[in-house]
Design a protein around this ligand. Sequence first.
Ligand SMILES: Cc1ncc(COP(=O)(O)O)c(C=O)c1O
Length: 389
Amino acid sequence: MRKSKRLDKIPPYLFVKIEEKKAELVKNGVDVIDFGIGDPDLATPRHIFKKMHEVLDQDKSANYPSSKGELSFRAAVSDWYKKRFNVELDPNSEVCALLGSKEGLSHLPLAFIDNGDISLIPEPSYPVYKISTMLAGGEPYLIPLKAENKFLPQLDTIPQAVLKKAKLFYINYPNNPTGAVAGMDFFEKCVKFCKSNDLLLVSDLAYSEMGYDGYVPHSVLEVPGAKDVTIEFHSLSKTFNMTGWRIGMAVGNAEAVGALATIKSNVDSGAFKAIQFTAVEALSASQKCVEENSKIFEKRRNVLIHGLNSLGWKLEKPKATFYVWVPTPKGETSASFTEKLLEETGILVVPGSGYGPSGEGYVRFAITLPKERIEEAIERMKKKNIFFI
Ligand SMILES: Cc1ncc(COP(=O)(O)O)c(C=O)c1O
């Protein structure tokens, strides 16, 4: 068997290794407190399940769907964007259904990146941006995100020679893994930057519905003229606790959305129609369930931040996402602290270095577990003298 050279370049997906490690511990009887993968532990709201049962009974969902999505789904996405962000989208040309946003993000470079082209990728970041650029034959140019810059990329540090070869510029606010948020002034700067450098702005908005303390995240598409240069990725995964349903959307510039749809029409045949019809219900019905979810995560965030700060950390509360980005104690690397937590306390976190070189010195906690388990984790750390010094 002769595998591609491409395969040698890519590491195993971050969470595959972490899940393997967890399985091994559970097998050995360890009660693992899992702050690992960001997969909501809360149930998909009942009215969404109910709709799924209805459409399964009534609709002819069994045939191939349209690869860019059923019109009713695309229209619901367009209405939701109008209601939520006051952004107008043409359901016919500016919306494409995805099998979750990971699928769309991973296919996008195939439509834009030729051998040697560059993607500008802030890091630490969701690994898919970098790996899909590499799979398409492109080169990632990593822009460090630092605490002293509020985890925003410094655009004026990118060399002209890099900019000349660059085609895509990724942003993700609210941000995974740092929990950072960006204001409209930053989004305006990004749009201007992409216009002057002929770049496609790739905005990943997976966490827009997880804002706390009254903070309501924006879409970059709210910037006037942003649609000239922007494609935005979103999904129902985190908003409605629907990670396993695999339904998302790419929206924005018609040419960019169309280019992605062309790739997709050749590699997948669209999302199961029953899931698209159910997603219409999720997007169009009352969004009270989303608010309730946020309240739960807000409380958990408070418990974790309070607990870690009682152990010596000086963390600020993230305004959005269900991630808490935690510096490692003195003398510990991301990997050594992850291992120490796991071995001494059974607490599973993700090493920040897995999200890029600037993630070194951090670990990520996903608060996708009940408040009581978070309290127990803090107790376990206290008992084992794990403090921030
Ligand atoms: C930043 C970011 N973007 C995209 C995704 C993909 O989500 P999905 O494919 O479930 O829409 C994730 C999942 O964790 C994420 O963290």
